[in-house]
Design a binder for this molecule. Structure first.
Ligand SMILES: NCCCN[C@H]1CC[C@H](N)CC1
Length: 291
């Protein structure tokens, strides 16, 4: 499969492609929103593809799901109510459920086919739905947030696909404003924020919008994900006005001994890589100078 990143012929990353060898196609369908495919790869386990773009593979999904979740949740002392926008595969809510302080997990995914396909083909990812604290809302995250009372959540995680297609609105200012309203004072948001190698212009826009809307801290972090374009993906970490949040030094670290003893130990995240995630190469630092 060539992940060319082209939706409706608008290349999200033109001039390059990443290929995985296909052993067998396991599912192909078309939802209301996008083409959905699952295939067995030769070296990365099963792979979920939306409109030709790799969303997750069994082998490296841990890097993305663990980092997008624990970077925000380990940065605040006592997360209780968490909202996930997107993330229909269930990986992020699987990671949120590791935090014993969390009492309520809402997830709003626009495409029910993503949920159903993940439950059928990626049980170790969709296991997140088994947690009794989880409530699944099928619908548009933008509309969902408009109904949320002010200050409802301690953390919001925006696990979106790319800004071409159904997720386009999740990269725009009105959406960030609705997230800020839904967060309590000192609440945090973590959004999928593309690649510094491919999307510096998109990232600069996101940073500028976040700086205007989130009056706490605004930081960019990143991790390696071999099967994402350029082999890495970034995250925007923002906090609202209120108790200061130092994203670079987790106040609520995951108990790594506990994790090692659990049935599903962390595969990627730890406190050192948390801090390291905020270190940027000079070309990016110049453009994303964090507050
Ligand atoms: N829970 C995994 C969702 C995957 N998120 C996105 C997939 C497509 C990538 N280009 C960016 C991240």
């Amino acid at each position: 499969v060539q992940a060319t990143g082209s939706r409706f012929n608008q290349p999200v990353w033109s001039g390059e492609a990443h290929s995985l060898k296909v052993e067998k196609i396991l599912f192909q369908g078309k939802s209301e929103y996008q083409n959905v495919m699952v295939f067995q790869s030769s070296t990365y386990g099963k792979v979920l593809v939306l409109d030709g773009v790799i969303q997750l593979t069994e082998r490296d999904e841990c890097a993305y799901q663990e980092m997008i979740t624990h970077l925000p949740l380990c940065s605040i002392p006592n997360p209780k109510k968490v909202l996930v926008i997107g993330g229909g595969d269930g990986g992020v809510i699987r990671e949120v459920a590791r935090h014993s302080s969390v009492e309520k997990i809402d997830i709003c995914e626009i495409d029910k086919m993503v949920v159903d396909v993940s439950k059928q083909y990626f049980p170790d990812v969709a296991v997140g739905y088994d947690d009794p604290r989880v409530t699944l809302h099928i619908g548009d995250g933008v509309a969902y947030l408009k109904e949320v009372p002010e200050g409802t959540y301690d953390a919001v995680i925006v696990d979106s696909s790319d800004p071409i297609g159904p997720a386009q609105e999740l990269f725009e200012k009105p959406f960030f404003a609705s997230v800020a309203k839904a967060l309590c004072p000192g609440g945090v948001v973590c959004t999928q924020a593309e690649s510094i190698w491919l999307h510096m212009d998109i990232i600069e826009d996101i940073v500028a919008n976040c700086r205007q809307i989130f009056k706490g801290s605004v930081n960019y972090a990143w991790t390696t994900v071999p099967t994402y374009p350029s082999g890495m993906i970034g995250f925007m970490l923002c906090s609202t006005e209120g108790p200061p949040v130092d994203f670079k030094h987790p106040v609520n670290p995951i108990d790594e001994n506990e994790s090692q003893k659990s049935v599903r130990p962390l595969k990627f995240y730890n406190s050192e890589i948390h801090t390291a995630a905020f270190c940027l190469p000079s070309f990016a630092k110049r453009k994303i100078s964090s507050k």
